[in-house]
Design a binder for this molecule. Structure first.
Ligand code: MG
Length: 174
């Protein structure tokens, strides 16, 4: 078993649609970003890649690469899942905390769990997602943007994997 942690934050931009966890949330400012700004997807990608010892979202999908301009972050997540699979890991579960004053996350949490699970090839029951406010404190409290924390647990398909990063092996295989 290997655990990974991911974090992301994006600033609100009223000119963009809001997409979180692959779900379009109506009637709210979107998020800045080179891709579609889906901070949930990016935090989950970093948790998965971190658990696999496979770098991070910026390594694999750099904002300097025009290929990822306005990219659907579910496509980035699908690619990260393939990187994890290539290293002989199965995803056990993912847990996500979305921190923002608005929008309310709860009404959309089930749709995000279903969408994230679909893209990761795991059941929605293996994907937890909940929203928290920041009680009005700091930049999140001021409504400037969203922060997302995620953890992922992977199980190696390789017997007696010593935590070397799976089939890639060695130090920090990218
Ligand atoms: Mg991001």
């Amino acid at each position: 078993m290997r655990i990974g942690i991911g974090y992301d934050s994006h600033r609100f931009d009223a000119a963009r649609p809001l997409i979180l966890g692959g779900v379009r949330i109506p009637d709210h400012a979107g998020l800045t970003g080179h891709s579609d700004g889906d901070a949930v997807a990016h935090a989950v990608i970093d948790a998965l890649l971190g658990a696999a010892g496979a770098g991070d979202v910026g390594t694999h999908f750099p904002p300097t690469d025009a290929a990822w301009k306005d990219a659907d972050s579910m496509e980035l997540l699908a690619r990260a899942v393939r990187l994890v699979d290539d290293r002989d890991y199965d995803i056990v579960n993912v847990d996500v905390v979305v921190v923002c004053e608005t929008p309310r996350i709860a009404p959309h949490a089930q749709a995000m769990r279903l969408r994230l699970g679909e893209v990761m090839g795991i059941s929605a029951g293996a994907v937890s997602l909940k929203g928290k406010t920041n009680e009005g404190m700091g930049w999140i409290g001021a409504g400037e943007g969203v922060a997302v924390h995620a953890v992922a647990l992977l199980r190696s398909r390789v017997a007696a994997d010593g935590g070397s990063g799976g089939a890639g092996g060695g130090a920090w295989p990218l």
